[in-house]
Design a protein. Sequence first.
Length: 110
Amino acid sequence: MSDWIDVGAVDDVPALGARVVQAPGSDIAVFKADDGTLLALRDRCPHKGGPLSQGIVHGHSVTCPLHDWVISLESGESQGADHGCAHKIPLRINGTRILVAASALLPKAA
């Protein structure tokens, strides 16, 4: 198995938006920050599991649509007074294609 899996084109992710990649256990959200940087997290807010892919992207952060927690797209850490972390997914770009770490697409161990 390759260490990296192609999950789509860079242009598939809208500016200041996200694209969801189906994965066992918990989907992955690939975000495009305001400067065009692509970053990926598990699509679950650490607070109550809200879909981060449906949140508002600003700078290199996303605001959860359920309870307004702000999550760093670079680290997955919640910002401000909130405490928690969304799992960061290794991502790289190969030309115009988005690749994520193959291990991120495997079912989570119980």
